[in-house]
Design a protein around this ligand. Structure first.
Ligand code: FAD
Length: 462
């Protein structure tokens, strides 16, 4: 019999924490509790992936109406009701959050709706109730929080958290950032008719992705009406009254808007968590340091998900949570493999990407072959929509193994889930080509690209 109140206490009922707590119980942990300070389901369900995708769907209709005309439809006058969308979104996330809570209860995990903080390596304080509980093992799964810049007038801006609950659709919005959340929101609002300005400190959005994805998405942002200002950051925000703000940029320009949004990154949500009291160490970026089994610097304390800043995606947090439970409660040491994780960006058109970018592959391998294509999707044949589909395979020239697949275009997120299986399995270009094409689709290009692409600088040297 353990002397602790719980065998496992999980802090944070988001993607990682919920999976870990339920799996620990299934593997035989007797007493498991999970604390949640906001709403069960975490960022993904409440103010991340799920509500974001609802907003993307809403935004895409404006383009569909235009395409429909080419196929013979007369689309009458259209109108958009932001309040209705937000109401429906809230109903659905309420339903999903309820399912999370019920699943925890059905598995026998105690859901404690309170903020939890560590007092030492085995003791947790529940802030609202003032109660103190003890646990043999503790899992920290508190996720991340948006980074807010330290500038004059910063309090006049919002983050993605508030963007999901705006009372009114903005008329003008200025968004800081060039990462996936900034790009997705820029096009969500543009598709809903908002005048959007996106300010980014680099020269091309989506740092970290393959360069062809980056340049294609950048062009598409501009094509969709987003005014993109590069090489620039917010310097201060001024309140002009009557809901208007003026954003002063460091390049001397200013942009006026009724909503100002920061999407300049997320940081591990560790403030006030009591990590120092328990002896849990952080890395220089402020994330909890863990080993391959998600164990922190303290033997009985583990951490999974965004708070460890490995790969900050929902399915990764879930897998890390499951691996933790298998390691600690099923006696099966399991280190989750973070290589070749497929991911999507829900821009318009969207992105699907898995494996190495061309630039990273060239650093690691002696010979890299590139196969790529860019074309206008068939569905746009009867419209003047000039947006392009881009597909690219990064191949190890010596073994023929496909190291990376990068796609921008309709359905790219759906395609990349399957391409991800092939990349993870280590299949070669020949094996891709052995698969018969599905016609007429865009995806067929993945198995029919024959000609190697040579970068212009290498071509010149030939
Ligand atoms: P979270 O899901 O953030 O859960 C942490 C939970 O802990 C929260 O519910 C929080 O309230 C709670 N908590 C924090 N501190 C305490 C405390 N002291 N006591 C009690 N409770 C506490 N990922 C994708 O894979 N695909 C996407 O399309 C995608 N889109 C996104 C869009 C946006 C706008 C954002 C912000 C994120 C998106 N993500 C997406 C990322 C994804 O949401 C995260 O990677 C994922 O939620 C991380 O899970 P987690 O378990 O680490 O933390």
């Amino acid at each position: 019999m353990s002397n602790y109140d719980y065998d496992l206490f999980v802090i944070g009922a988001g993607s990682g924490g919920v999976r870990a707590s339920r799996m620990a119980k299934i593997h035989g942990a007797e007493k498991v509790a999970i604390a949640e300070e906001y709403r069960p389901g975490g960022t993904c369900v409440i103010r991340g992936c799920v509500p974001k995708k609802f907003l993307v769907y809403a935004s895409e209709f404006s383009k569909s109406f235009k395409l429909a005309e080419g196929f013979g439809w007369s689309v009458g006058e259209t109108a958009f009701d932001w309040s209705k969308l937000i109401r429906n979104k809230d109903d659905e996330i309420g339903r999903l959050s309820g399912i999370y809570a019920r699943n925890l209860a059905n598995t026998g995990v105690d859901l404690i709706e309170d903020r939890a903080e560590l007092l030492d390596a085995h003791t947790i304080k529940l802030v609202k109730s003032g109660r103190t509980v003890t646990a043999d093992k503790i899992l920290i799964a508190v996720g991340g929080t948006p980074f807010i810049p330290d500038i004059e007038g910063a309090e006049l801006g919002i983050t993605s958290n508030e963007a999901f609950d705006l009372e009114d659709l903005p008329k003008h919005i200025v968004i800081a950032g060039g990462g996936y959340i900034a790009c997705e929101f820029a096009q969500i609002f543009a598709g809903l008719g908002v005048d959007v300005c996106q300010v980014y400190r680099g020269d091309t959005v989506l740092r970290g992705f393959d360069d062809d994805i980056r340049s294609t998405v950048h062009e598409e942002l501009v094509r969709s009406g987003v005014r993109v200002i590069t090489h620039s950051v917010f310097e201060k925000i001024e309140d002009l009254g009557e809901g208007q703000k003026r954003v002063h940029l460091d390049n001397g320009q200013h942009v006026d808007a009724d909503v100002v949004m920061y999407a300049i990154g997320r940081v591990p949500y560790v403030d006030g968590l009591g990590l120092d009291k328990a002896g849990v160490e952080l890395d220089p970026a402020g994330a909890i340091k863990v080993d391959a089994y998600s164990k922190t610097s303290v033997d009985n304390i583990y951490a999974v998900g965004d708070v460890t800043n490995r790969v900050n995606l929902t399915p990764v947090a879930i897998r890390e949570g499951a691996a933790f439970a298998a390691t600690v409660f099923d006696n099966k040491p399991t280190a989750y493999d973070h290589n070749d994780i497929a991911s999507a960006v829900f821009t318009q058109p969207p992105v699907g990407s898995v494996g190495l970018s061309e630039a990273d592959a060239r650093k690691k391998y002696a010979q890299i072959d590139i196969y790529k294509t860019s074309f206008r999707p068939m569905k746009q044949s009867f419209s003047n929509d000039a947006s392009r589909m881009m597909m690219k395979l990064v191949v190890d020239g010596e073994t023929e193994r496909v190291l990376g697949v990068h796609i921008v275009g309709p359905d790219a997120p759906e395609m990349i889930q399957l391409a991800g299986i092939a990349v993870k399995a280590g299949l070669t270009k020949d094996q891709y080509d052995a698969a018969c094409a599905v016609h007429p689709t865009s995806a067929e290009e993945l198995v029919t690209m024959k000609e190697k692409w040579t970068p212009p600088e290498l071509k010149a040297a030939e």
